[in-house]
Structure formats: C-alpha cells, structure tokens
Design a protein around this ligand. Structure first.
Ligand SMILES: Cc1cc2nc3c(=O)[nH]c(=O)nc-3n(C[C@H](O)[C@H](O)[C@H](O)COP(=O)(O)O)c2cc1C
Length: 203
C-alpha cells in the first residue's frame, strides 16, 4: 500500500505537520510512505498515479491554500484529472496557520473539493473536539476541533517550537487513520474500480 503526502511549506511549520502525518501512516503494517514537497521542481506524477492514498497539506496563507499547492492542483488537471488517474484513491488533508482559527477550514475545504473533483474518497477525522487551551500535551487530540482534516497552529514561533505536541499528534492520528482505511480497502479481494476500469465508461 502506497501513501503519498503532497504538501507545501514556506517556512517549515507545515513540513513538521507533514512529517507527523507520515509518522502516523508508517505505523500501519505494509505502508510505504513518501513525502512530496511541491516546491520540488519535478513532481513524481507516476508515483502519485501508483499511490493508493494521497494526503494533501498546506499552510493557510490569506485564508487560502498556498499559491504553490494551487499550482500543483492546476498542473494535476493535465497530468491526472483528464484521465481520472486518481479516481477512487483515498484522500485527506491538513493545514497549519499562525492563528488558532486563521481560516484554516477554507484551506481544508478547497483541498477536499479538489479531491472530489478527482473522484477520490475523502477521509476526515473521527475525533471529538478537545480542550482548545492545550497546546503542549499529547492527550488532547484535535484541540482545534476540525472534522474535515488535521489542523495545527504555529503562532509566530519558529518551526523548532511550533506546531506543538497536540497538533502533531492529531496529524499523526490522521496519517494512521488514512493508512488503516487504505489498507482495509486495498486488501479486499473485490477492488474498487480504478481509472482504467470499464465501469467508468458506464457512469
Ligand atoms: C502570506 C501569508 C499569509 C498568511 N495568512 C494567514 C492567515 O490567513 N491566517 C493565519 O492564521 N496565518 C496566516 N499566516 C501565517 C502562516 O500560516 C504561518 O506562519 C504558518 O506557520 C506558515 O507555515 P509554513 O511555515 O509551513 O509556511 C500567513 C503567512 C503568510 C506568509
């Protein structure tokens, strides 16, 4: 089972969140996990096509995903969307921003909508919101209270300090959850139709 994590990070905070997502996914037996920063010139489109799950992450800039992740989204139209190459892959998302809220939901909504346009299957969080005042403990998963994906807060601190323990644990939880669900789907004898399936032509 291949899990790819496509993310942007201008200053290193969202990269830290992406590492935590990867850490969680790697806890699931059989998961091959790759981190793909969109700042890299050569996006491995073929590796993405082979992935069973793709998790997208972005800092929230101006209440939106970053321009670099948006560029990746636009580039995927030609490389993946026209032939629906990511159809029925598992998708999930995460976002980090300075403020506790910071309009991160808008970024997650954009990512989820993008995944829907690719015919992907969205996996959110199944965690009740926890104590919003807890930034440091690992007990309080999902302290920022998001169902759509993992959120993290970085304040104005350096990436050595933020995002903090609870937010990183929430990211780790999301990665593990995505890999577990993907594993269950990929290990079934009856597979979901992929982009090369004739079933697509019947729709
Ligand atoms: C151009 C720009 C716009 C930003 N807009 C927001 C915003 O809308 N909401 C927010 O909470 N933080 C905002 N921030 C703060 C970043 O989200 C925060 O510094 C984050 O940790 C950056 O992540 P990165 O280090 O992965 O790039 C903005 C930062 C920049 C540079």
């Amino acid at each position: 089972m291949i899990v790819s994590i496509v993310y942007d990070s201008g200053y290193g905070h969202t990269a830290k969140q992406a590492e935590a997502v990867a850490k969680g996914a790697r806890q699931v037996s059989g998961a091959e996990v790759t981190l793909i920063p969109v700042s890299e010139k050569n996006i491995p489109w073929e590796a993405l096509e082979k992935s069973d799950a793709i998790i997208f992450g972005s800092p929230t800039y101006n209440g939106l995903i970053s321009a670099r992740l948006k560029q990746f989204f636009e580039d995927s139209t030609r490389t993946a969307w026209t032939e629906l190459k990511w159809r029925n892959k598992i998708a999930a998302g995460f976002s980090n921003s300075g403020a506790q809220n910071g309009d991160k939901l808008n970024s997650l909504m954009s990512i989820a909508l993008f995944a829907a346009q690719h015919g992907m299957i969205w996996v959110g969080l199944d965690l009740h919101p926890a104590d919003p005042n807890s930034t440091a403990t690992t007990k309080n998963l999902n302290r920022l209270g998001s169902w759509l994906g993992a959120m993290a807060q970085s304040d104005n601190a350096s990436p050595e300090i933020t995002p903090g323990g609870s937010d990183l644990k929430t990211a780790e939880y999301l990665g593990k959850r995505v890999a577990e669900i993907t594993s269950r789907l990929t290990n079934r004898s009856e597979k979901l139709p992929g982009s090369d399936s004739k079933a697509k032509q019947l729709v």
